[in-house]
Ligand binder design. Structure first.
Ligand SMILES: [Zn+2]
Length: 395
């Protein structure tokens, strides 16, 4: 339903958590609220999140979204569908409990094409946890989401499409809390002994991270001389969907175990993080790891990198790469940030501590223009390929 395969085909042708409480039932009842005039709100599909719904005395509707468990990072995801017996404009008060609203609502009638609800129909109130929406509804359902969703179905369809390329293999590894096998793509030359690791979607609402990951990987799979040279000399292991249960359950942050997976890379208490760790360590047995790249979303585009004094092999890779990217997109600010006190429970910290390799968290902004996001992700992939080819025999 949410496939963005047309985009893919075009592209391919061209180229911190304390002890958490257990999560509430992901799809606990009710998931459907029916009112007078045939007004129906629904949240009974994968990825949905709408926790409560009531008719208000003024004729409008009050919606509440709650996180899966507390404490939780402030990424209040919502995703629901609304329809009505007659065409009308609904006044909706959206409230978030356990956080403040972060995303500007997006709407769609087909789940494929999404537009941002403009200021004429979306007003933040003095309460940071509340917004007022005007939704034009009718018999055809209107989908409303915090961000345009990138569902598990879409990511898996994308992976199955890439698998049809002669230099891509798709397999499954490990299992989530719910028992869902995790998706792995291998691209390039698996026997070359030079490996790159790409991870995505530890955090369910971070769909801009998925959009950038897909565009980045499509560039590696592109029909260009650079990509062909790169695929002959390197192998890339892509694990694009590390928290499928959380995505399907419409979680704000956690897996079904109620844990932030990107704060579990020291304890490895969750099956998802254990499985990823084991795939990476097995890969290390088969040659040299060159780069660890983990895609996320936050308030702005930023690359989290090792502190300047950190030793990596190959040396100096990250800053050379990002300098080259900056030169490629001079009208865009390639921000980089190195925390003096890194969080020791993230995949980025673990990869560098474990293997001494350059390790980067590639964060995409929530509101970054999507065409810009794709342009920069493609340029970043090209510059990475060029620099790795140059450094492939570096000591
Ligand atoms: Zn994240």
């Amino acid at each position: 339903m949410f496939h963005r395969l047309c985009l893919l085909s075009v592209v391919l042708l061209a180229a911190c958590a304390p002890e958490p409480a257990p999560p509430s039932a992901a799809a606990g009842p009710p998931r459907r609220w029916a009112f007078a005039d045939g007004v129906v709100f629904e949240a009974d599909f994968p990825g949905a999140r709408l926790s409560a719904c009531e008719a208000l005395p003024n004729g409008g509707y009050g919606l509440v979204i709650r996180p899966e468990n507390l404490p939780v990072n402030n990424s209040p995801w919502f995703f629901f569908r609304v329809s009505a017996g007659t065409s009308q404009t609904l006044q909706v008060r959206l409230r978030c409990q356990g956080g403040s609203l972060r995303y500007v609502p997006k709407i769609s009638t087909d789940g494929v094409h999404w537009v941002t609800l403009p200021a004429e129909a979306h007003e933040r109130t003095a309460d940071a946890g509340e917004a007022l929406l005007q939704l034009e509804v009718g018999a055809e359902p209107l989908w409303v989401a915090a961000q345009e969703p990138v569902s598990t179905a879409e990511l898996l369809a994308w992976a199955r499409t890439l698998e049809r390329l002669p230099f891509v293999e798709r397999t499954e590894f490990g299992a989530s809390v719910r028992g869902t096998p995790l998706c792995r793509l291998d691209l390039g030359n698996p026997a070359c002994g030079r490996h790159v690791v790409i991870l995505g979607r530890q955090h369910p609402p971070e769909t801009t991270g998925s959009l950038a990951l897909m565009r980045f990987v499509e560039e590696l799979a592109g029909d260009t001389p650079l990509a062909r040279d790169f695929r002959a000399a390197f192998h890339v292991m892509i694990l694009p969907l590390l928290n499928p249960d959380g995505v399907d359950a419409g979680h704000w942050r956690h897996n079904l175990g109620g844990v932030d997976l990107n704060r579990d890379w020291r304890d490895f208490a969750q099956p998802e993080t254990r499985a990823v760790r084991d795939e990476i360590l097995a890969l290390r047995e088969r040659g040299r790891l060159f780069l660890h790249l983990d895609f996320h979303s936050t308030f702005k585009d930023v690359f989290y990198v090792q502190p300047a004094e950190a030793v990596t092999s190959p040396p100096g890779f990250t800053h050379r790469w990002l300098d080259a990217l900056q030169a490629r997109v001079p009208d865009y600010e390639v921000r980089r940030s190195a925390s003096p006190v890194p969080t020791p429970t993230t995949s980025m910290f673990w990869a560098h501590a474990q293997s001494g390799i350059p390790s980067v968290t590639y964060e995409l902004g929530d509101h970054t223009e999507r065409s810009r996001l794709r342009q920069v992700a493609a340029a970043a992939a090209q510059e990475m390929m060029m620099l790795l080819l140059e450094l492939q025999d570096a000591p």
